[in-house]
Design a binder for this molecule. Sequence first.
Ligand code: FES
Length: 106
Amino acid sequence: MTRLRVATFSALRDGAGVRVDAGGHRLALFRVGGEVFALGDRCSHAEASLAEGILDGGTVECPRHGAMFDLRTGAALSFPATRPVPVYRAEVEGEAVFVEVGEESP
Ligand code: FES
């Protein structure tokens, strides 16, 4: 497990996603108020960037076919996706946003 600094908190737009590449992982970071969530950026249904999706509370909607994913668990909440996407532990310390990579869940 490696903890990497991946972003500056104030550079993240509240209610939006951004793609970052860290430690060989393609991540989608989402800021929701004072929290940051990190998912695998690649939709589990087909090739699409979840960072470009639409946030709605604790979920993100894939921009390609509209599957919904839970930001906390990565679970696919609606079709056409049926498999979860990886979730990474994200922490905010002052202006620094860290993500732990190396193990994917699930
Ligand atoms: S690519 Fe995401 S729902 Fe199809």
